[in-house]
Design a protein around this ligand. Structure first.
Ligand code: NAP
Length: 482
């Protein structure tokens, strides 16, 4: 039933694109086309914006905050009731292991909806003492129509990180999923109808970023764009959004350092380095793709890590035992393999992996997990985001050099520190230019903890109470009492 949704959700109804165009969705594990979804036009977007604005001045705008929160809660509840089917869809269009979709991503999305449902009636203004005889108070109001534009690596979760706070705060949302992975966003739209969201509150517009994505950012009827994706796309969005002075939040790329000091629990750090880069096939914005290892333990550490990596084999993403799925697309696999070639040419030492993999079907975009040693900070794979299962190991001499090397990046999304020295851990955490720092762990998230970037990894924060600020605006009311 959910898999059946391939049209646009506009004004509470499913419909084809106005010009009838569609685009194919490919299962990266089999290379088969599994669906054709509508490719929205500007005219479709205009209709969605009209419906979103009508909802703001209609039943949605009039609904009490508590009632709104109840609906958002129900959406999370319904998502968990359908978790098996939604997880299967996520794996089919993205290639990630079913265990990640079923037990991590979709449950996290449901939890995020319920977390923000709780905030709906708890966001308050202030009364402010001022000079003179006046009552001054503030109201926290929704921004209006929020567009969420999201990438293909965590298609549903990254959408919900925006949809949940936006709806809970009383905005209407137009969600544009990535062209490669539209199926779970469409499923979310159906679930929203099922639980009783009024028409126009959550609309799903599938279509290419270059056309309808661009049109969203240009549209004068949209008040905010919440974007997750590539840093270069984010820069373009910022430029375009300036024309209509939209609110924007940008969650962009990363090249996160995972720093292993000689005094760390090395076995735990090996596991952490592995999870840091190979979870989600390395298609994780916060992936610990730069491994900084203390020179004193470098050889020992990299031998252990390479041994562990060689034992990891990609498999059928629908098999519950699989821990490494298919790279999300042919283009992405080619991009990753190209970085492997560059690393070899620039003098990196291949310690594990490095090639395309075959899971015995002769089909699918699978890649061996890959580790490079002898990487220097100026090499391409130490600087550019690969967005795949490729780790660049760089050494350092002391704490100061570790910090300098960690911060030597245009990005600042996340970082990891492995040490048994608590003073060193806090000191290094304070010096790292990153939105999230993990100590003796990596790649852990919670809806109550904020996530977002420093530097060119973007601005704004997802999840947590901080996200509420990015989906509300403050109105100050002065009442003359003289
Ligand atoms: P992308 O090419 O920037 O695409 C992201 C989304 O933007 C897609 O829906 C895409 O549509 C759309 N888009 C493309 N061009 C657009 C334009 N000119 N105007 C408006 N929308 C446009 O990024 P990606 O390659 O899919 O995703 C990978 C990137 O996301 C990586 O850099 C990764 O680090 C980053 N990421 C960041 C976070 C974070 O929280 N910081 C989380 C996950 C991923 P189409 O699909 O149709 O092209």
């Amino acid at each position: 039933m959910l898999l059946g949704r391939k049209q646009l959700l506009i004004g509470g109804e499913w419909r084809d694109a106005s010009d009838g165009q569609t685009m194919p969705v490919v299962n990266p594990a089999t290379e088969e086309v599994i669906a054709h979804v509508a490719a929205a036009t500007r005219a479709d977007l205009d209709d969605a914006v009209r419906a979103a604005r009508a909802a703001l001045s209609g039943p949605w705008g009039k609904m009490s905050a508590r009632e709104r929160g109840r609906l958002v809660w129900k959406l999370g509840e319904r998502l968990m009731e359908q978790v098996d089917e939604v997880a299967r869809l996520e794996t089919l269009h993205n290639g990630k292991p079913i265990t990640e979709s079923r037990h991590v991503e979709i449950p996290m999305a449901a939890e995020c909806l319920q977390y923000f449902a709780g905030w709906a009636d708890k966001v308050q203004g202030d009364t402010i003492p001022v000079k003179g005889n006046a009552l001054v108070y503030t109201l926290r109001e929704p921004l209006g129509v929020v567009a969420a534009i999201v990438p293909w690596n965590f298609p549903l979760l990254l959408a919900v990180w925006k949809v949940a706070p936006a709806l809970a705060m009383g905005n209407t949302v137009i969600l544009k999923p990535a062209s490669q992975t539209p199926l779970t966003a469409l499923a979310l739209g159906q679930l929203a109808i099922d639980v009783g969201f009024p028409p126009g509150v959550l609309q799903i517009i599938t279509g290419s970023g270059g056309s309808v994505g661009q049109a969203i950012v240009e549209h004068p009827g949209i008040d905010k764009v919440a974007f997750t994706g590539d840093t270069s796309t984010g820069k373009g969005i910022m430029r375009t959004a300036a024309e209509t002075l939209k609110h924007i939040t940008l969650e962009l790329g990363g090249k996160s350092p995972n720093i292993v000091f000689a005094d760390a629990d090395l076995d735990a750090a090996v596991r952490g380095a592995s999870v840091g880069i190979f979870y989600g096939k390395g298609e994780v914005c916060a992936a610990g793709s730069r491994l900084l290892v203390d020179k004193a333990i470098k050889d020992q550490f990299l031998t252990k890590l390479a041994d562990r990596t060689k034992k990891m084999v990609p498999g059928d993403p629908l098999d519950p035992k699989t821990r490494l799925g298919a790279i999300s697309s042919k283009a992405q696999l080619e991009r990753v393999l190209n970085y492997v070639d560059i690393a070899k040419k620039e003098g990196g030492t291949l310690l594990a992996g490095g090639s395309r993999a075959d899971i015995g079907t002769g089909k699918g975009y699978f890649m061996q997990p890959t580790v490079f040693g002898d990487i220097t900070p100026t090499m391409t794979i130490a600087r550019e985001e690969i967005f795949g299962p490729v780790l660049a190991a760089i050494d350092f001499m002391d704490v100061d050099e570790a910090i300098a090397r960690a911060n030597d990046s245009i990005y600042g999304l996340a970082a990891g520190i492995w040490t048994r020295d608590i003073k060193k851990a806090h000191y290094v955490a304070s010096k790292l230019q990153a939105g999230t720092v993990w100590v003796n762990t990596y790649n852990v998230y919670d809806t109550a903890a904020p996530f977002g970037g420093y530097k060119q990894s973007g601005f704004g924060r997802e999840m947590s109470k901080y996200a509420v600020d990015y989906y509300t605006q403050v109105k100050t009311v002065w009442v003359d009492l003289a």
